[in-house]
Design a protein around this ligand. Structure first.
Ligand code: F6P
Length: 318
């Protein structure tokens, strides 16, 4: 099943899980609409040919949802009954933080074997350097910021570009460095409004004609991007400011080669782990090796932003 916000590479991961099952001659079913479909018994039998032609497709053909009902004990009981009725005896959950929290609870309550595959563009999962979809999203964001830069420099403007990342700054930091942003505002580092103004002032004085400031949607500077625009225009009238909120286009599109390969590797490991009677683990990538981490260690707040990259970003904006 896929659950939570979709991400590019989820289809490639489903394909990998299904084909690995076919390889080991295990029956495989897909669950539609995440935990909600699990509660409703919305399953489909999948064989190796059912997943043809999807490795290059964004989104998830099994669809995804954020289920409120699964948060209740009664909802999880219904889900368990539906799985048992369908003779399903192990689960691979492709999703993010919330999906893993649900999977862990469910596994403990019903002693049900589960494996997690990290699929979220936010990259906010510990135990893996990359979640599925993150690389594709970075490429999408860099591509769009390059385009914004063209118009920003034609008009000598400053752009605030808001990128996704509910509570974290991975997309902002990496895409910001990749696109040559002057400043990057992320929740992990509070730049502060005064320092932002100083930095923009310095930027003008050093001869830069246009500027891009990348802002993570979860940034905690205390103002949203539109308020930041007003604040900068009030305090630095020499700047003409525009805002671009990239939104859900960051989650769509064909997965990068990196995400397709990662999805294929992770799907194999997830099924092989279940076959080895392992459970409550998440498959991850560490130093280009496929690894497993206990699900409870993968969950929120435990992934760490790269401090070295913050330093690189500071030096690059000189
Ligand atoms: O978790 C992935 C993500 O795209 C976040 O970056 C964003 O805050 C959130 O999902 C948006 O969720 P929804 O599509 O439900 O509005």
């Amino acid at each position: 099943m896929t659950s939570g916000g979709d991400s590019p590479g989820m289809n490639a991961a489903i394909r990998s899980v299904v084909r690995t099952c076919a390889f080991y001659k295990i029956e495989c079913a897909g669950i539609y609409r995440g935990y909600q479909g699990m509660i409703e018994g919305d399953f489909i039998s999948l064989d190796a040919r059912s997943v043809k032609g999807i490795i290059n497709k964004g989104g998830t053909f099994l669809k995804s949802a954020r289920s409120q009902e699964f948060r209740t004990k009664a909802g999880r009981q219904k889900a368990y009954n539906a799985l048992k009725n369908a003779n399903i005896d192990a689960l691979v959950v492709i999703g993010g933080d919330g999906s893993f929290t649900g999977a862990l609870l469910f596994s403990k309550e019903f002693n049900f074997p589960v494996m997690g595959i990290p699929g979220t563009i936010d990259n906010d999962i510990a135990g893996t350097s990359h979640t599925l979809g993150y690389d594709t999203t970075l490429n999408t964001v860099v591509d769009v910021i390059d385009k914004i830069r063209d118009t920003a420099s034609s008009h000598n403007r400053l752009f605030f570009v808001e990128v996704m990342g509910r509570d974290v700054g991975y997309i902002a930091l990496n895409a910001g460095v990749g696109a040559g942003a002057e400043e990057i505002l992320i929740p992990e580092e509070d730049l502060g409004l005064e320092r932002l103004l100083e930095s923009l002032k310095r930027s003008k004085e050093s001869g830069k004609s246009s500027s891009i400031v990348v802002v993570a949607e979860g940034d905690k500077i205390g103002k949203n991007v539109f308020e930041l625009k007003d604040y900068v225009e009030e305090n630095l009238p020499e700047y003409e400011v525009r805002v671009s909120v990239l939104g859900h286009m960051q989650r769509g599109g064909s997965p990068s080669c990196f995400d397709r390969v990662l999805a294929s590797r992770m799907g194999v490991k997830a099924v092989e782990s279940l076959l080895a009677n392992e459970s409550r683990l998440m498959v991850g990538l560490m130093n280009d090796k496929i690894t497993v981490t206990p699900l409870h260690k993968a969950i929120k707040g435990q992934s760490k932003i790269n401090k070295e990259l913050i330093r690189v970003s500071d030096i690059m904006s000189t």
